[in-house]
Structures are given as structure tokens and as C-alpha cells.
Design a protein around this ligand. Structure first.
Ligand code: UDP
Ligand code: MG
Length: 319
């Protein structure tokens, strides 16, 4: 029955003691009839509850279960990366441990993979129990991100996704520290397909990504995926310099060369203010210039592969 393909289920978890058994039960129920081999990779991201003991207990009765234990909490993004690095599957599916990603959709992901798609992305249609702050936060995040970043991302794309072995191998080459898994996977390209789903309510426990953590993540991704914030000072400087030069020139000509025919009576204070504004503009322009240099360094330090090759043919060496 098995066609010997192996699929890795990557499950990052942080304090999910109340969800793990139910998750394992649901996952095994869904994959049981499928003609593939599976491995479960649980990454315990420094949980302080019984999560890890539960994983260890489950692994005793099912040798498909593997686990990684972090020495402390490093965050979901790094936990997912660790899981992908250790995975042996022909493809991997990333699933949240809180049952918000419905296991019942896994066959659909696999089907689309079998139809030669390299990446199958879960698109969240609705999120039951998501507050308006989180909803509008994510709305603005995607708006700003798509406006300023070179990698375009669809709103509502989630980490619930399947990626082919070739994509995993390319992903494993990244060594950026500030990373958002889904944005990096999007950067890689490859053939994509989508599965829409309604996110369930968290089965138990509460979301670990609070407002502050999400804000931090959002700012980090703006900074790592776009040079726009860096150039902002420069743009402002150019606008202020142009504006104050025009006004300053007007004042100079009107007052000192033509002896105030329009009777504007610019006070000394007004003249000095414009001079200061002009100098501020020049100052911001210089910062903008430095930003361009820093931007170059940022791009060089942020060692991404130059390009990703999907297929090669008729080459002798493996370079
Ligand atoms: N998670 C993790 N490390 C963390 C925070 C969360 O591994 O520091 C896991 C968590 O156990 C869950 C997934 O990441 O499996 C998504 O977390 P959460 O439900 O808190 O986030 P949200 O549903 O709001 O995206
Ligand atoms: Mg969740």
C-alpha cells in the first residue's frame, strides 16, 4: 500500500500540555488511511509545563515520533526551522500544536503536492475567536509589508503549509537570525498552490503570541525585508530641504533684493527659522546618505543565496 514516500509533520510547541494528546489523536486518525509513511517531529520550545513529558510518553508507544528539546524558549520561528532541519521527509507539513490548523485538511495539502506543487499554503479565511486588535493589526502588517518589501505576501497566509524536500533543502541554507518562516519560504519562489481553511479556536490554553511579541515580529520583518524605514530620513530630508530652500529664496529676494514690494515684513525670527529648517533638511539628507551605505552593508551581511535553481540539466559537475 505504501509508496514509501515519507512525510514529516513539524510541530513547534510551547506550553501546549492540554492540546498535545488531542492533536496526536486527530493527526493519527487523519493520516492512518493515507498511503505514505509519516514522521512526527515535535519541537519543544522551552515549555514550562508538562508538554515535553507528554511528547516523551507518546513517543514510547509510537516510533514515528521524534522530538527536539530546546534549552529555553527561542520562539516559534526558530523551533520550526529546527524541525525542518532535522526532517527526513520527501515533504514536510508545518502544523500548530493548538489545533487551530485543522488536521482534517492534511490530505488536501498532500493531494496538491502530488499534483506537482512544491509549496501548498494554508490561507486562513476566518479565525474564530480572533479579537479586532489582532485582526486589524494583521491587516496593517500585510498592507505595510507589501508596500515596502520586495517579497510580496498574501494576507492571511499562514504557517500551516506543506513544502517539498527541494524547498526544505533551500530553506535550510538560510542563516538569518530574525526570520519569519513563511516570508522566507515566499522569498524562495517555486510552484505554489493554496488551501483555504477556517482557523479553529485554540483547543486549550492561550495564544503565546501576545500583542508585544507580534509587534516585535512585525517590526523585525519590516526591517529585515525592506530598506524603506532606513531611507525614510533621507526622503524627509529631501522634502524639507527643497521646501525650505524655496521659501528661503523667496524671502531673500523679496526682502533684501527687492526691498519688500509685497510688504510681507518677514521677522528676523521667521528668517532664522527657515535657515534652521534648511539646515535640518541638509542634516536629514546626510543621514539618508549614510542609510544608503548601511543598506548596502545590510544586504551583504544578510547572506541570502543569490538565486534558487529549481532544475538543471546536462551538467557534468554538481556545482
Ligand atoms: N509556539 C512556539 N514557541 C513560542 C510560541 C508559540 O513554539 O514561543 C508554538 C505554539 O505552541 C503553537 C504555535 O507556535 O503550536 C502557534 O502559537 P500560538 O497559538 O501562540 O500563536 P497564534 O495562533 O496566535 O499564531
Ligand atoms: Mg494558535
Amino acid at each position: 500500500m505504501s509508496d514509501n514516500k515519507l512525510i514529516s509533520l513539524i510541530i513547534p510547541l510551547y506550553n501546549e500540555e492540554a492540546n498535545l494528546e488531542k492533536l496526536y489523536f486527530e493527526l493519527t486518525k487523519v493520516i492512518q488511511p493515507l498511503p505514505f509513511n509519516f514522521e512526527f517531529i515535535f519541537i519543544n520550545d522551552g515549555s514550562t509545563d508538562q508538554s515535553f513529558n507528554i511528547v516523551k510518553k507518546l513517543s514510547k508507544s509510537d516510533n514515528r515520533i521524534k522530538y527536539i528539546e530546546f534549552s529555553r524558549n527561542f520562539g516559534k520561528e526558530l523551533a520550526t526551522s529546527a524541525g525542518l532541519k532535522q526532517s527526513k521527509g520527501d515533504c514536510a507539513i508545518i502544523v500548530d500544536a493548538d489545533l487551530q490548523h485543522p488536521p482534517a485538511l492534511i490530505p488536501e495539502f498532500i493531494n496538491k503536492w502530488q499534483q506537482n506543487n512544491d509549496i501548498v499554503v494554508g490561507i486562513r479565511e476566518k479565525n474564530k475567536g480572533e479579537g479586532w486588535i489582532k485582526q486589524s493589526g494583521s491587516f496593517f502588517f500585510y498592507k505595510i509589508m507589501n508596500l515596502i518589501s520586495e517579497t510580496k505576501i498574501l494576507p492571511r497566509e499562514t504557517d500551516f503549509r506543506l513544502i517539498d524536500r527541494q524547498v526544505i533543502d533551500e530553506f535550510n541554507k538560510f542563516n538569518e537570525k530574525n526570520r519569519i518562516t513563511r516570508v522566507l519560504i515566499d522569498w524562495l519562489g517555486f510552484k505554489r498552490e493554496y488551501v483555504k481553511f477556517t482557523a479553529n479556536k485554540r483547543f486549550a490554553g492561550k495564544a503565546n503570541y501576545g500583542f508585544c511579541k507580534l509587534m516585535k515580529l512585525a517590526f523585525n520583518s519590516f526591517i529585515t525585508h525592506s530598506l524603506f524605514p532606513l531611507k525614510l530620513a533621507g526622503y524627509l530630508g529631501v522634502i524639507i530641504t527643497i521646501f525650505s530652500s524655496l521659501v528661503g529664496m523667496f524671502m531673500l529676494v523679496e526682502m533684501h533684493f527687492l526691498h519688500d514690494p509685497l510688504e510681507m515684513h518677514f521677522s528676523n525670527m521667521a528668517q532664522i527659522s527657515i535657515l534652521i529648517l534648511f539646515l535640518m533638511g541638509v542634516f536629514l539628507c546626510s543621514i539618508g546618505l549614510i542609510a544608503l551605505y548601511i543598506g548596502n552593508i545590510h544586504q551583504e551581511v544578510n547572506i541570502r543565496p543569490l538565486y534558487i535553481i529549481k532544475k538543471k540539466n546536462n551538467f557534468d559537475t554538481d556545482l
